[in-house]
Design a protein around this ligand. Structure first.
Ligand SMILES: NC(=O)c1ccc[n+]([C@@H]2O[C@H](COP(=O)([O-])OP(=O)(O)OC[C@H]3O[C@@H](n4cnc5c(N)ncnc54)[C@H](OP(=O)(O)O)[C@@H]3O)[C@@H](O)[C@H]2O)c1
Length: 388
């Protein structure tokens, strides 16, 4: 039996959703490569034969992993991939070659790869070899999931996600006596740590480093190894070497990004930070302040594709004013009950965007994407969607 028409379309959607789930598993582990998901399935029986996710470090790619797991069973079957298979010889053989060698007869892809080395070539090579190719299945979801890779290639910047924690009154809880003020719950903080696990780098400004002395690593049980590179943006002076981040720089990398003049101003401190294991990186500045496009360029040059900006408010505003924001995740303390009252069920998406975000994120036109309870708090995800 071979599926036809709408039955086949439904099956393609289900399998691509599975491939997207596989891709999501690798977010934050595959830089500089995108995390891709692949599924090999038998349309005749509805059986899923194997799955693959880009391996940590970006290689092997998802397709050869799924093909290897399927073995001979791949012959004559369909592979679902969240990104067009690569066609160029890099450090590994091209995925198109692996697909042809495995004898797969149909390839369903969610999106073409904007990388000029691939862009449409992978699809063309498959078709020329007689393989049936279907494009653009769950395209928009795949595009968002792969956005770090897309904007790295098209805009020379990483995917930028801002994380904000607000009090019950929608104000920003500030540090008290040199200690962070955790207004939100353990559950929300665990969600926040999951965002860290899915990021390649996490960024704070000199203010948060000074006031909170944070650690910024992922502390979710089992995901401790998924901590992103910790980046501090320093303007007027270099960070104090006694900060927790600096003391743990040999365990999890710390990059201090600042202007050349700030380093020259305090060479002794620069040397102390370098000796402690921090990496000092010079970026361009405007009016004495580090310039965000220059920060983005430096991050991309280091292979960073997904950046989580944890704060504080000065940095949020800077990113908003520059328009350098893709997604905003907001935790609102103690708001879960209100959400249930106004929205009826937690699945109802309430479109109203908190007024406080207008002043915290000036100039951004945000769309509500998701709204849900997070323990006693509310967690909302907003997207600043520009064509990419
Ligand atoms: N509720 C939350 O989600 C949350 C999250 C994080 C922090 N906080 C709180 O926020 C407070 C710190 O606020 P903050 O606004 O001072 O922290 P911040 O945004 O982390 O740091 C701002 C500082 O970063 C430096 N910087 C360098 N280049 C910059 C640029 N292009 N744009 C903006 N800043 C740049 C500047 O300091 P220099 O010129 O001195 O280098 C600037 O004053 C603390 O009380 C902390 O507890 C709250």
């Amino acid at each position: 039996m071979t599926l036809q028409g709408s039955e086949r379309d439904d099956f393609d959607l289900q399998m691509m959703a599975l491939a997207l789930r596989a891709a999501r598993l690798g977010l934050g582990t595959t830089a500089p490569n995108p995390s891709v998901g692949a599924v090999i399935a038998n349309e005749a029986t509805g059986e899923v034969i194997s799955t693959g996710t880009t391996a940590p470090g970006g290689r092997p790619h998802a397709e050869p992993l799924a093909i290897e797991a399927a073995g001979e069973a791949a012959r004559g079957k369909t592979i679902y991939v969240t990104l067009e298979p690569c066609s160029h010889v890099g450090r590994t053989r091209p995925c198109v070659e692996a697909v042809l060698k495995a004898g797969l007869s149909r390839v369903v892809i969610a999106q073409e790869d904007p990388d000029p080395r691939v862009s449409g070539r992978g699809v063309r090579m498959l078709r020329e070899a007689g393989v049936i190719v279907r494009k653009s299945v769950l395209h928009d979801e795949a595009r968002w999931l792969t956005r770090g890779h897309i904007v790295r290639v098209t805009e020379r910047r990483p995917f930028i996600q801002l994380k904000l924690a607000l009090s019950n009154e929608d104000t920003v809880p500030l540090a008290v006596d040199g200690k962070p003020n955790f207004a939100t719950s353990e559950t929300s903080r665990a969600h926040g740590h999951m965002l860290r696990a899915r990021a390649d780098a996490i960024l704070i400004g000199a203010g948060t480093l000074r006031d909170d002395d944070p650690d910024l690593r992922c502390r979710l049980p089992g995901l401790e190894g998924r901590s992103p590179v910790r980046v501090v943006l320093a303007g007027s002076s270099l960070p104090d070497p006694a900060r927790k981040l600096v003391r743990t720089a040999t365990e999890t990398p710390v990059w201090i990004m600042t202007t050349a003049s700030t380093i020259i101003q305090d060479q002794a401190r620069a040397d102390a930070l370098t000796k402690a294991g921090c990496r000092l990186m010079v970026i361009g500045g405007v009016g004495g302040e580090p310039w965000l496009p220059s920060l983005c360029e430096a991050l991309v040059a280091e292979g960073i594709t997904r950046l989580l900006v944890e704060g504080g408010p000065t940095l949020w505003r800077s990113f908003a004013k520059s328009g350098l924001v893709d997604e905003v995740v907001v935790f609102r303390a103690g708001r879960a009950a209100m959400l249930q009252e106004t929205a009826g069920t937690v699945d109802d998406i309430n479109q109203e965007i908190p007024e406080a975000l207008r002043s915290l994120l000036p100039g951004l036109t945000l769309q509500m994407w998701d709204r849900r309870v997070s323990g006693p708090d509310e967690m909302i995800t907003l997207r600043h969607d520009k064509p990419a």
